[in-house]
Design a protein around this ligand. Structure first.
Ligand code: BG6
Length: 494
């Protein structure tokens, strides 16, 4: 499906996100014929840049980060013709007026009917002033639709998120706002819905009668890289927990929507967030949540520095680089089923995985044998491997009645010819087509913040700080103990 003709404005065009994700995503859409010929992109940032320099930034970004490669040939040049650059101080309305003039020229050249999509790859503190100046500078007066796409983190806590939202809402309507959570653009996260709702195998078992627990892991091997300044202020709970982790949890736990329409799906997701059992105070947070910070360690023979030694990180920082929580969804379907969610930097593997552990079989003929039955597992691999596997018990070939677990494994990313679109491709395409299904609505963001704020509040009062864990390990041991209390353990991830 092609996007309708539109101008894409990338605010923060010289930044990391634009270079790593946005330009490559636009190019992939172009290559796949998903972008209408009548498109234009204006990169906006403070720093001066000639059109030539900007186009060569785009070329380099595609070469380095895009799943399609290109050469500096005719085809690339005609693509790059659609890109222009505007150096702009976002506090200066006159710059926006000039931007409007520049836009109108492009709209005329490419016969674009005034549709405008503003992507703010900027710090959230700037969302408000950019929105106001877009309005004052006449950028919202064109004939077509206008949409605002904004990156996470959406605020620092509920209060700041509300303030931010209020500012943006003075200019844009809720249905014009597309809040990105790029995990929702991942192929396998979207597949969760299909696996659940299109398979007679799973849906009847998808409840507390049959599921013992759910484990969601978002592990990263990287440290904070060049983002120490941002990360030390945010930490794992705000950087990953409030958004990606809770969003994945909602996809696993939501009720089937009555129709597959954006609002129906988002209604079901927000119900899950509202059903999260809030921790009653610091003591409950202490019993259910573990926070950690990496100290020196090693991985694959390489020594790794401690978090506190990283660039732009306070040497006495108490920011968590790991967090794990036992969460309950207090509704009819999930009462009593623990959801264990964990994420961390400098873990042993880069992986995003959901493990659904089913309850054991009732006392059966095999009990009393020397082989203990393993529980059935459904594992959804999101990243970097994409696939699903189901662990079942079967007779060991050649034995009398020995049972062994075996995996029925479907690896999507191993299949030749499958080159899954990147999350940002999918999301940019959706935003341009006006499909907000995989964007977070304000009430989702707000409800997630109120859950997370209680944890952050308890941590503020806890003098102990995060538990240290060696870089390259699976985080503090408390996280294992927490599952052991419930008679479970983490299933090894791949
Ligand atoms: C971002 C976080 O939202 O997600 C980063 O800010 C994190 O800290 C990243 O590294 C992980 O995304 P992905 O797609 O690589 O799993």
């Amino acid at each position: 499906l092609q996007t309708p003709g539109a101008v894409f404005f990338i605010f923060g065009a010289t930044g990391d996100l634009a270079r790593r994700k946005l330009f490559p995503a636009i190019y992939s859409l172009y290559r796949e014929g998903k972008l209408a010929e009548d498109f234009a992109v204006i990169g906006v940032a403070r720093r001066p840049r000639t059109q030539e320099e900007f186009r060569s930034d785009i070329f380099n970004s595609i070469q380095e980060f895009c799943r399609y490669k290109t050469e500096d040939n005719e085809d690339f040049r005609s693509f790059a013709q659609h890109f222009e650059y505007k150096s702009l101080d976002i506090n200066n309305v006159d710059g926006f007026r000039e931007l409007n003039e520049q836009t109108m020229v492009l709209e005329e050249r490419y016969h674009i009917p005034g549709n405008r999509i503003f992507y703010l790859a900027l710090a959230p503190e700037l969302f408000g002033s950019v929105s106001f100046n877009l309005q004052k500078g006449g950028m919202l007066d064109s004939a077509g639709w206008k949409r605002l796409v904004i990156e996470k983190p959406f605020g620092y806590d509920l209060k700041s998120a509300e303030e931010l939202n209020e500012q943006i809402r003075q200019v844009f309507k809720e249905e014009e706002i597309y809040r990105i959570d790029h995990y929702l653009g991942k192929e396998m996260v979207q597949n969760i819905e299909v696996i659940r709702f299109a398979n007679a195998f799973f849906e009847p078992l998808w409840n507390n009668k049959h599921i013992a627990n759910v484990q969601i892991t978002l592990g990263e091997t990287v440290g904070v890289e060049e983002r120490g300044g941002y990360y030390d202020h945010a930490g794992a709970l705000r950087d990953m927990g409030q958004n990606h982790m809770l969003q994945m949890l909602t996809m696993i736990a939501m009720e089937p929507p009555s129709r597959l329409l954006p609002e129906d799906i988002r209604d079901e997701k927000v119900k899950v967030l509202r059903s999260l059992r809030p921790y009653a105070g610091a003591e409950e947070v202490g019993r259910n949540v573990v926070r950690g910070q990496y100290v020196q360690g090693s991985s694959r023979g390489k020594d790794l520095p401690a978090y506190r030694e990283e660039d732009k990180v306070d040497p006495n920082s108490n920011t968590e680089t790991y967090f794990m929580a036992r969460v309950f969804v207090d509704n009819f379907r999930w009462a009593g089923v623990p959801f264990y969610i964990r994420t961390g930097k400098r873990l042993p593997v880069k992986t995003t995985e959901v493990v659904v552990e089913f309850k054991g079989m009732p006392n059966n003929v095999y009990l009393g044998q020397k082989h203990k039955l393993e529980p059935n597992l459904l594992v959804i691999r999101v990243n970097p491997m994409e696939g699903i596997y189901v662990k079942i018990n079967a007779k060991k070939p050649g034995s009398e009645s020995e049972i062994e677990p075996l995996a029925m494994d479907f690896c999507q990313s191993c299949m030749v010819g499958i080159n899954s679109p990147e999350a940002y491709e999918r999301l940019l395409h959706d935003a341009a087509r006006g499909d907000s299904t995989y964007f977070t609505r304000w009430d989702e963001v707000a409800t997630a913040w109120s859950f997370v704020d209680r944890i952050a509040e308890a941590w503020k009062q806890d003098p102990e700080g995060p538990r240290p864990y060696p870089a390259g390990s699976w985080g503090p041991e408390e996280a294992d103990r927490l599952l052991a209390e419930d008679g479970f353990h983490w299933w090894p991830v791949n």
